[in-house]
Design a protein around this ligand. Structure first.
Ligand SMILES: C[S@@+](CC[C@H](N)C(=O)[O-])C[C@H]1O[C@@H](n2cnc3c(N)ncnc32)[C@H](O)[C@@H]1O
Length: 203
């Protein structure tokens, strides 16, 4: 399969000049989902700077879609390592193509369900309310999966349990998560983007 969109001419940083430019790394149907489902670059920049506080940090995007957070994070923080776990095969496929187009070697995309992931392999975490589409009346990425409130609760409970096991100093950035309280032991240290982006540290 080949990408229909040609590379942008000029300096490679052109991809990161705007969200519109960045989305040209993807086929049209992924571009069309961007406004509702992929993190804006200005949010990626703030969240990834918080998570990549120490060189060499291993940062996991929980539900990475077509990889926008990881690829943006890598661009803004070349000394960190970004990992994305994503359940949809097509998203991982296009994330990997975008990574190759950008030539980044500090990004890894994993196809799978976060339920099966070993969180201890990562230092810090990003979460854009990934399970939300399981709730009735929400925007769906596609109609290929079974959605349910049961899954929403199961995934959230699992995620919280894994995050609670992480050591003190673990950083978490959440975007569009309404909860005023994070996982147990996590302190809210700052917010940005009208409180939509929240920064937490485990104490
Ligand atoms: C709101 S999108 C965010 C994408 C990306 N993190 C970003 O910020 O641009 C959430 C993604 O999480 C994925 N997802 C939801 N539940 C998942 C699960 N249990 N395991 C792996 N991926 C999951 C969805 O398929 C979707 O691509």
């Amino acid at each position: 399969m080949s990408l229909t969109t040609p590379a942008l001419p000029g300096h490679p940083d052109k991809w990161f000049d705007s969200d519109l430019n960045f989305h040209h790394l993807y086929p049209l149907y992924i571009q069309a989902l961007a406004q509702k489902h992929w993190t804006p670059l200005k949010v990626v920049q703030k969240a990834s700077k918080f998570l990549a506080a120490v060189p060499g940090a291993r940062i996991l995007d929980i539900g990475s879609g077509p990889g926008k957070f990881c690829l943006g994070g890598s661009h803004y923080n070349p000394e960190a390592f970004f990992y994305g776990i994503e359940q949809r095969h097509d998203m991982v496929f296009y994330a990997t193509i975008a990574k190759e187009m950008l030539g980044f070697n500090n990004v890894t995309f994993i196809h799978g369900n976060l339920i099966d992931l070993d969180f201890s392999q990562y230092d810090h975490f990003y979460f854009f309310n990934s399970f939300y589409e399981n709730l009735p009346g929400t925007y769906k990425i596609d109609n290929k999966l079974t959605y349910s409130r049961y899954l929403y609760n199961q995934y959230n409970r699992h995620l919280y349990r894994q995050l609670e096991k992480m050591p003190a100093g673990t950083r978490l950035a959440t975007y569009h998560c309404a909860e005023e309280e994070g996982p147990e032991g996590y302190l809210l240290v700052d917010t940005a983007i009208d409180h939509l982006l929240k920064f937490w540290i485990k104490v």
